[in-house]
Design a protein around this ligand. Structure first.
Ligand SMILES: [Cu+2]
Length: 119
């Protein structure tokens, strides 16, 4: 291989590496943005029942009780949320805009309680 040939090969290899780095970086950013914390409603309980997250992060609550309605809500002076009826299998996202300790309750099952610590 001539010197020019070697240099062309090096340029192509660097271009491939740079492209791969961009794809990995973009994938990581998209992965973070699209991966909310998963909370399951099952057996008339939240699983887990307590979680730590950062401000601006999202919980995705899934009603895994096959034939039960749930109805998640937050009634805090800082932040209120109401999911309405949560059909079996439905997904509800809650994004917490400020730090604090919040209780997610169920309007149908008073013993259901999820404590969210937002840093
Ligand atoms: Cu419920």
């Amino acid at each position: 291989m001539t010197f020019g040939g070697v240099m062309n090969w090096v340029r192509r290899a660097l271009a491939v590496l740079a492209g791969a780095a961009i794809i990995v970086t973009a994938g990581t950013l998209v992965g973070v943005a699209l991966s909310p914390y998963a909370i399951s409603q099952k057996g008339r309980q939240f699983h887990p029942g307590e979680i730590n997250i950062n401000r601006g992060e999202t919980l995705e609550i899934v009603n895994d009780d096959g034939d039960l309605l749930h109805h998640a809500y937050i009634d805090s002076p800082k932040f209120a949320f109401d999911s309405g009826d949560q059909q079996p299998g439905s997904r509800t996202d809650i994004t917490f805009p400020m730090p604090g300790d919040f209780e997610v309750l169920c309007a149908i099952h008073p013993k259901m309680r999820l404590v969210v610590h937002v840093n």
